[in-house]
Design a protein. Structure first.
Length: 199
């Protein structure tokens, strides 16, 4: 920090140029944005994502209903889904029957656990307003996890933008410094280092 303070003041080094001070200010600004701005962006992104996901959870819970269906039989060309081999909870598709919210009888393929494959076995499924099978609604814990991921993504994006901006600004300053050096070398002339020149 002392080196940055010395560069910002411009004291103690006769070779210090204005571009060096500008570079120090850019670095200090980037550090401040990384320390304050990126976490604020992450918090804001996470908060916005959480609010949107909570609303989505409410909507899904209002639109979807848990229904008890009854297994009719195995699905044609039944598909088996991989589960944890230790708990034996592999998933499979069966044909089941249930009632829509308006009382209409429905039959279709649903995914069930290994214990509910026999005809007559009850199966809990989720349906939409028309009584068609849908995925279970998102729970609050999953929404919170997604919101945390969104906040972390916003933080990383903000930090990346700050670093990209810092690199771009420092690159321009370095190019300006080199151009200034080239002008000064050109002004010194081709014989600047020869003995006896200028005397």
């Amino acid at each position: 920090m002392g080196a940055i303070r010395a560069v910002l003041r411009g004291r103690g080094n006769p070779l210090l140029r204005a571009t060096d001070r500008h570079e120090a200010w850019v670095t200090l600004g980037a550090l401040a944005l990384l320390a304050v701005g990126a976490p604020a962006a992450g918090w804001a992104g996470g908060a916005l994502a959480e609010a949107a996901l909570r609303q989505e959870v409410r909507v899904q819970h209002e639109e979807r209903r848990a229904v008890t269906a009854v297994v009719v039989g195995p699905a044609p060309e039944a598909r088996r889904f991989a589960g944890d081999p230790d708990d034996g909870s592999g998933r499979s598709t069966v044909v089941a029957a249930w009632r829509a919210p308006d009382g209409t009888a429905r039959t279709g393929e649903v995914t069930t656990g290994s214990r509910a494959r026999e005809p007559g076995a009850p199966v809990r499924i989720w349906t939409d307003g028309a009584g068609l099978p849908v995925r279970p609604p998102m729970d609050a814990e999953a929404a919170r996890t997604h919101a945390l991921s969104g906040g972390a993504g916003a933080f990383l994006l903000a930090a990346g933008c700050v670093e990209a901006g810092r690199r771009s600004a420092v690159g321009r300053l370095v190019r300006r410094r080199y151009a200034q050096w080239d002008r000064e070398w050109a002004e010194a002339g081709p014989d600047w280092g020869r003995a006896g020149t200028g005397s």
